[in-house]
Write a protein that binds this ligand. Structure first.
Ligand code: SER
Length: 889
C-alpha cells in the first residue's frame, strides 16, 4: 500500500468516527520550548493543558515531524529518520482508554477491502505501563489479545511526555512482529527491531514539571480533563505494508535513493558503507525539502542550523559516493515529485524551495573550499606541535564562519588521523547560545517562566483587544508583576508588567512593534507603558514604570496609547503590504515574505530572492507603490474562515500558524493578506513611500528598508539640501552631478598616481648616493644608513635592492637601510652572493638589528625585513649591523 493511501485511509477512518480533520501544522513549532515539531500532538498542546478550549472534542491529523537527536543513527538502523509523518487521533475530554484502544485495533486489523490496513492480529504485541491494569484489562477483555502478547514496561518506554514541562501520561504501544529473521522471540520487551513499535496510545491526563528528560520529573497534577493522544509512524507502517526491510526502502524514499544512484553510479546494495550514504542522502534530502517548504532557511542558529546540518550531511555523503558536480537540483526535484502528492504546496512553491536549496549547496561547496584550507592549516599546526586532538576553538571557528557541521569536522579530521576536542567545541557553542538567549530574553519577556501569565489568563481570560477601533478605553488591572514576580501592589519607580481586562495597546507581533502610552489609575497613579508583549496567547502584558502613585490589582485604569506613534506604525504596516504585493508582481511568488518590522515611519521587509534586485526593478516597485497611494484605495479588515481566505487568494506568511478564523486585510484591488496588525483606512494617508535600497541577509533572502509619510519626506528634503550644496560646489546642474563628480574622481586618481611616481623616483634617486657612499669594511662594501621617515616598507625594500645592484665589481656587498614609519622603526637588509659566501646572511643581520629595535624579524639569507617598537634605537641598530659585518668580514 502506498504512503499516500495509508494517509488517506487514516484520515477517512477517523473522520467517519466523528473526528475533525486538521491539516498538518507547519514544522516550525508555534511553541517557545521547541525548535521544530517533533510529534503529532504539538499543535494541540494548549487544548490538553486547558489553556485554550478545544474547538472540537475529537480531531485527527497526519503531522509532519522532524527529530534530530538520533541523526548519527540515520541510515545505519532500519527505522531512524529525521523526517517522518505521525498519524494521530486525539480526544479532548471525550473518549479515553477504551475508545482509543478499540479504534486502533479496528483500523489495524480490519481488512484492506473494508478500508483498514489488514494486519494479522496474531502478529500484534501490546505493551502497557507498569501499573496500568485498566489498559491491560481492556486489551484482554474488550479486544481479546491473549495475555502472553501483553507486556508491562517502565517509564522510559511506556510513559510519554514532550521531554519538557507540559502534558503527559502513561501509554500503551502496539508492536508488529516482523518475524524470526529480524531477531529472537520474546516480544518488544526483548527486541524492538523484530517487534517494531508502530502506534503509541498516550493516555494524557497529567501535567509534568521540569526535570531531566524522559524519566525524572515531578507530576504537578491532573490536566483539566482526561485526553487521548496517539501517534502512528506512517513510515513504519509503510515499511510493513510494503514488505521492505527498512523505512528508506519505502515508496517515497526509495525513489530518492535511486536518483542518488543515477547521479553517482553507485548501486544500492553494492556495499554496506555506500548503502548507509545512500540512505542518509534520501532521508536528509527529503527532510531538507520539507523544512524549506515550511519556510526554514539555512543558517548557523536554531532551526536554520538544523536544516544546514542536514543538508550539508546529505551533500557530503553524495561526495563520498563520488559526486563531483552539484547534485541538489536533481534530488530536490525527485523529493518534490514524490512528496508533492501529499503536500501539493511543494509543487506550487517549487521555485522557492529550489532556490533556497541550490543557494545552500553553492554556499556549502564554497565553504568546503575555504573551510578545508583552515582545517588543513589547523591539522598541520596540531601535528607539528605533536598533538593528536584538533582544538575545540578551531572546530568552533569552522562552524561559525564556514558553517561546517561538527560531524563534518570530525570526519575530515579523522581522515587526517586526528580527533577533535568535542567538549571544547560544545562549550563554545553553549556559551554562544547563552549569550544569544540572554540577549533575546533581556529584550523580550523579562520573565521566562510563563506560569504566572497562564495563571492570570486562567483566572481572567484573554485580554479584550480594542485597538482595532479605539485608542483609549476604561479597564481594570487584573494582573501585576514587579521585576518579573507576581505582586499584589507596586510602588512609584517600580518596573512593572500590567495585565488589563481590556486594552487598546497592540502587543508586538506579526512584525508590528508594540504601542506605547500611559495607564492612568483611578487613584491618580500613572504608568508609562514602553513595550507590550504576548508571552502567552491572547494575554497583552504592558511593560513600563510606575511614574507616580501606587498600583494595586483590581484598580480601574484608563488606558491610552500614544496616537501619533500608532498612526506612524499603521502607515508603515500598510506600506509593507503594498511593497510585498508590488515585489511579488515584479519578481514572482518567490518574493514571499520572510520577515518584517513595522516601526513608526519606517519598515523593513524581508523576502525570498535568489539574486540582488536590480536598481531599475526597485525604482519600478517604488513607483507602483506610490501610484497606489494616489488611487486612494480603502483598507479593510475582515475576519473569515481560513478556507474562505485562501479561496479569495489572501497571502499568508510562511511558518505562521493560523487558527480556523483569520483576519484578512484588503487594500482596494491591490493587496489581500492574512494579518493581525493595525492599518490606515485609506492609502492616501501614507503620503509617500521611499525605498532606501536592498541588501542580502542570508542565502536567498533579501531585505528592503523604507520610509513612509513625513519620514520619507524629511529624508528626501535632506537629500535635496545635500544635492543643492553639491551643485553649488561643482557649479553644475543636479543632473550633471554624477558626470562631474566622476570626472573629478578620475582626475584625483591620476594625480595620486603621479605623486606616487615622483615619490618612488625620489627614493630611488637616493640609491645612487647610497651606493657611492658604501664603506669598505675589510673588503665588504657596506651601505648602511637611515632614509627619511615615512618611507614605506615596500619602497625601502625596492631601495635596498636597487642599492645592492649598484655596488659593482663583484665585491661582497651588504645593504642595510632603516627608516621610521608611523613612529615605528623598520629595516630591510640585503646581501649579495659574495657576501653570503663570507657567511653574511641578511636574515641573521635583521634578527640582530630588530632585537636592538625592540622587535623581531627575519627572512631569507639574501633579503630580510624586520621592525621594532623603539625608534630611538635606530643608531644603535646601525652600529650593531656594522659590528657584525666587521666581525664576519
Ligand atoms: N505523542 C505521542 C508520540 O509522539 C503519541 O502521539 O509518540
Amino acid at each position: 500500500m502506498e504512503s499516500a493511501e495509508i494517509r488517506r485511509r487514516w484520515l477517512r477512518f477517523f473522520e467517519e468516527r466523528g473526528h475533525h480533520v486538521v491539516p498538518s501544522a507547519s514544522l516550525i513549532a508555534d511553541d517557545p520550548t521547541l525548535l521544530l515539531v517533533p510529534a503529532g500532538m504539538v499543535p494541540f498542546k494548549p487544548y490538553f493543558l486547558g489553556e485554550v478550549k478545544a474547538p472540537w472534542q475529537r480531531a485527527t491529523s497526519v503531522q509532519k515531524c522532524v527529530r534530530t537527536p538520533d541523526i548519527e543513527e540515520v541510515g545505519k538502523t532500519t527505522r531512524h529518520g529525521t523526517f517522518f509523518q505521525m498519524c494521530g487521533n486525539f480526544s479532548f475530554g471525550d473518549y479515553f482508554k477504551e475508545g482509543a484502544i478499540t479504534f486502533a485495533w479496528e483500523l489495524l486489523t480490519s481488512s484492506v477491502a473494508d478500508g483498514g490496513y489488514g494486519l494479522d492480529p496474531e502478529r500484534l504485541w501490546i505493551t502497557v505501563y507498569l501499573d496500568d491494569d485498566e489498559a491491560e484489562r481492556i486489551w484482554r477483555e474488550v479486544v481479546g489479545v491473549p495475555a502472553e502478547r501483553i507486556q508491562r514496561l517502565g517509564k522510559s518506554e511506556n510513559y510519554w511526555s514532550m521531554g519538557v514541562p507540559g502534558p503527559c501520561g502513561p501509554c500503551s504501544e502496539i508492536n508488529y512482529d516482523r518475524g524470526p529473521e529480524f531477531g529472537p522471540e520474546g516480544g518488544p520487551a526483548v527486541n524492538d527491531e523484530r517487534y517494531v513499535e508502530i502506534w503509541n496510545l498516550v493516555f494524557m491526563q497529567y501535567e509534568r514539571g521540569a526535570g531531566d528528560g524522559k524519566e525524572d520529573f515531578p507530576i504537578l497534577g491532573d490536566l483539566p480533563s482526561q485526553n487521548i493522544d496517539t501517534g502512528l509512524g506512517l513510515e513504519r507502517l509503510a515499511m510493513i505494508l510494503q514488505g521492505v526491510r527498512n523505512m528508506y526502502e519505502t515508496d517515497t524514499l526509495r525513489v530518492v535513493i535511486d536518483k542518488a544512484t543515477e547521479l553517482t553510479g553507485v548501486a544500492y546494495g553494492a556495499a554496506p558503507a555506500s548503502d548507509v550514504s545512500l540512505r542518509v542522502v534520501a532521508d536528509h534530502l527529503r527532510t531538507s525539502v520539507m523544512l524549506i517548504g515550511d519556510g526554514v532557511t539555512p543558517g548557523n542558529e536554531g532551526r536554520g542550523y538544523v536544516l544546514r546540518r542536514i543538508m550539508r550531511r546529505a551533500i557530503r555523503n553524495m561526495r563520498l559516493l563520488g559526486a563531483t558536480e552539484p547534485v541538489v537540483a536533481d534530488l530536490v526535484d525527485t523529493v518534490i515529485k514524490t512528496m508533492g502528492r501529499q503536500y501539493p504546496e511543494l509543487l506550487t512553491d517549487r521555485k522557492r524551495v529550489e532556490t533556497v536549496a541550490l543557494a545552500e549547496e553553492a554556499a556549502f561547496l564554497k565553504a568546503l573550499k575555504g573551510g578545508t584550507n583552515i582545517l588543513d592549516t589547523a591539522v598541520t599546526e596540531t601535528k607539528a606541535a605533536g598533538g593528536k586532538v584538533l582544538p575545540g576553538d578551531k572546530a568552533f571557528l569552522l562552524h561559525d564562519t564556514w558553517g561546517f557541521p561538527i560531524d563534518l569536522t570530525l570526519e575530515m579530521a579523522a581522515e587526517q588521523g586526528l580527533s577533535v576536542d568535542e567538549d571544547g567545541f560544545r562549550r563554545l557553542m553553549k556559551e554562544q547560545r547563552e549569550r544569544a538567549k540572554a540577549d533575546a530574553k533581556a529584550k523580550k519577556t523579562g520573565h521566562a517562566d510563563l506560569s504566572a501569565y497562564r495563571e492570570i489568563a486562567d483566572n481572567s481570560g484573554a485580554t479584550d483587544f480594542t485597538g482595532y477601533t479605539l485608542t483609549e478605553n476604561e479597564s481594570t488591572v487584573v494582573g501585576l508583576l514587579v521585576d518579573g514576580v507576581p505582586s499584589p501592589a507596586a510602588a512609584e519607580g517600580d518596573e512593572v508588567e500590567v495585565i488589563l481586562d481590556r486594552s487598546p495597546f497592540y502587543a508586538e507581533g506579526g512584525g508590528q512593534l508594540a504601542d506605547t502610552g500611559r495607564l492612568r489609575l483611578e487613584s491618580g497613579a500613572v504608568i508609562e507603558v514602553r513595550d507590550v508583549q504576548k508571552p502567552v496567547p491572547g494575554v497583552h502584558v504592558h511593560k513600563g514604570v510606575v511614574q507616580v502613585g501606587e498600583v494595586v490589582i483590581g484598580s480601574p485604569a484608563h488606558a491610552a496609547i500614544d496616537v501619533g506613534r500608532r498612526r506612524a506604525i499603521a502607515r508603515a504596516h500598510s506600506a509593507t503590504h503594498l511593497t510585498h504585493q508590488a515585489l511579488r508582481d515584479a519578481l514572482g511568488p518567490t518574493a514571499a515574505q520572510a520577515g518584517s518590522e513595522n516601526s513608526p515611519g519606517r519598515f523593513r521587509f524581508d523576502f525570498g530572492s535568489p539574486n540582488a534586485v536590480p536598481g531599475t526593478v526597485l525604482t519600478d516597485v517604488e513607483q507602483r507603490i506610490n501610484d497606489v497611494l494616489s488611487r486612494e484605495l480603502d483598507v479593510q479588515a475582515e475576519v473569515m474562515s481560513i478556507d474562505d481566505a485562501k479561496k479569495q487568494g489572501a497571502i499568508a506568511e510562511f511558518g505562521e500558524k493560523y487558527g480556523e478564523r483569520v483576519r484578512v486585510v484588503t487594500i482596494g484591488d491591490f493587496s489581500k493578506e492574512l494579518c493581525g496588525g493595525t492599518h490606515v483606512h485609506n492609502t492616501a494617508q501614507l503620503g509617500l513611500v521611499k525605498l532606501l535600497g536592498e541588501s542580502s541577509i542570508g542565502s536567498g533572502v533579501r531585505r528592503v528598508e523604507a520610509l513612509v509619510g513625513a519620514d520619507a519626506y524629511n529624508f528626501l528634503a535632506k537629500e535635496h539640501t545635500v544635492v543643492a550644496q553639491l551643485t553649488d560646489l561643482v557649479k553644475g546642474r543636479p543632473e550633471e552631478l554624477p558626470e562631474k563628480i566622476s570626472g573629478m574622481l578620475a582626475k584625483l586618481r591620476d594625480a595620486e598616481k603621479e605623486i606616487e611616481r615622483y615619490r618612488a623616483e625620489k627614493v630611488l634617486q637616493a640609491a645612487a648616493g647610497l651606493a657611492e657612499g658604501a664603506k669598505d669594511v675589510r673588503g665588504v662594501a657596506l651601505a648602511v644608513g637611515r632614509v627619511p621617515d615615512g618611507t614605506s616598507a615596500d619602497d625601502l625594500r625596492k631601495l635596498v635592492l636597487d642599492v645592492r645592484g649598484r655596488i659593482q665589481g663583484g665585491r661582497p656587498a651588504v645593504v642595510a637601510l632603516f627608516t621610521v614609519a608611523n613612529g615605528r622603526p623598520l629595516t630591510v637588509i640585503a646581501t649579495n652572493d659574495a657576501a653570503r659566501d663570507r657567511g653574511l646572511k641578511a636574515g641573521d643581520l635583521v634578527r640582530t638589528a630588530a632585537k636592538t629595535l625592540g622587535g623581531g624579524g627575519g627572512g631569507k639569507p639574501d633579503v630580510a625585513q624586520g621592525g621594532g617598537q623603539n625608534a630611538e634605537a635606530v643608531d644603535e641598530a646601525i652600529a650593531a649591523v656594522e659590528r657584525l659585518v666587521a666581525e664576519a668580514a
